[in-house]
Design a protein around this ligand. Sequence first.
Ligand code: D5M
Ligand code: FE
Ligand code: ZN
Length: 553
Amino acid sequence: MKEINVQEVFLEAGYQISPEAVKLIVSHSSPKDLVCYILEHIDESVFVIEIEHIDLPSFESEYPTSQKADSRTTSEASSHPGSQILQNSEVTSVEAPVNPVVASPSPSPSSPSGYGTDRSLNTGIHANSNSKGNVNGNNINIMSDITDMSTCVGEYMEFVQYFRNRYSKLSDMIRGRITARPIESLNRNRKHGGGLKRSGGGDYSEVSIIGMVSEVRSTANGHKMLQLEDPTGSFLVLVHQAEKDLFEEASKIILDEVIGITGSLTNDGSLIVAKKIIFPDLPNISHRREGTWGKAVFTSDVHIGSSTFLEEEWCSFLDFLNGKCDNDQMKELSKDIRFLVIAGDLVDGIGIFPGQEHELDILDIYDQYAKAAEYFNQVPEHIQIIISPGNHDAVRQAEPQPRFPERITSLFEDRITFVGNPALVDLDGVQVLMYHGRSIDDLVASIPGVSYQEPEKAMIEMLKRRHLSPIYGSRVSIAPEKQDHFVIDPIPDILHCGHVHTIGIGRYKNVLAINSGTWQSQTEFQKMVNLMPTPAQVPIVDLSTLRTTLLHF
Ligand code: D5M
Ligand code: FE
Ligand code: ZN
């Protein structure tokens, strides 16, 4: 932390600070934590913060491991699913290794830009022990994957830790862009008689907070009321409907996402009237990696075993991969393919929904995977195949899901790479975040303007929130791992989802968002809910330009 930043932070919080005090802070090993600690504990009658106002011994005894950027989240309090989990005081330490799944150096959790790890900083992350390649140099590195790393058994305190970790990672991305107060300090002021005051005269009413959204509702007058929680407390935020742009932005706010708010405190200090909403978001300017040669094919939701699996179209896709096609252009295209990426629902499974047995051609789950293996063994060897599971596959339903068990992977040739869901993989320098996409059902239901027909829009909402499954406790069952594996950090080059069975291709600030459709025609359930799939279409991406072409089979 630089001296100028320390000064700015205190100025924005309504305090001046002496140069000696600034020097003391910047020379400390945990300046950010120290700043937060001072702001939390400073007597409000102080106008200029001097060295004697900084109680270093208390800070160091309260934050013994204060090197951690997020130790403030471990100090007192609690948040969500309606039950103040973020503020629970029983947990004293929540921080696990930054990236427990990578054997090699992990990305830093946040960059000075405040957007988390910048992609330009991440080019060197390769987990050699997790890499797989072939004679053609088509190397895959698994950078992040829950497989063999799951620690959760589903106890209450694990949920507390999970939410703390989510808040910590996402709030760090926002923290570089606003100077937020701990909510506790606002509540304390309120008890002391209303709006923030500073000695030396004048009201100090513009404040910023960063919190997890624990409630969203409309008021009788048509305004939006949000409740935000940080580890120290909760606070109400009003978004006035007359503020058109802001109000529209607020209409997209969903439960459990982490946002920053800058606004004015009302005279009685009971709520903030929002002026600005800050999302974790992707940086506007980011340095895109160079990419690599050749092409990658993205698909998902094959649903092998289902009576609606489109076998004929699937087999002509396999022919294409083998260069067996009438069209010369397609034949040329197929020669460039280096990777085949499959984001879940490889088979239809059994017992996934009531009455499924009436819609299955293959009734045994292992027979379904044996059939899948038969197909994938036909893919030419120069193409590296990488497969992650979905909600129809034979792994735990709670996400993050590990890769398929040995009993299934052993049915396939060794050359195939199996990863969990979600997983971050590096395809010879192009980073792909694979996520089956079950949360898209929730995002479609919650965000105006997001529909099954344009799944890429839901994926862009994930990127803005830097989270693959922001709404907790709806359709996606999230296992409370120590780390939140759904936080999007580092920023991938490609975000690849499936699940909703519709093709969607979009771009958001240098990230390509692909939803890769399905190989299943409309099911009875989908007829009932009017979901019109776009099957047997395959996005193929040029790995040097990320330009995408859609192939129809
Ligand atoms: O999901 C394919 C799509 O269909 C996805 O948007 C969910 C929806 N779907 C399918 N079956 C159901 C049931 N039984 N309830 C709710 N939503 C459903 P897939 O994972 O391929 O089944
Ligand atoms: Fe599916
Ligand atoms: Zn699915």
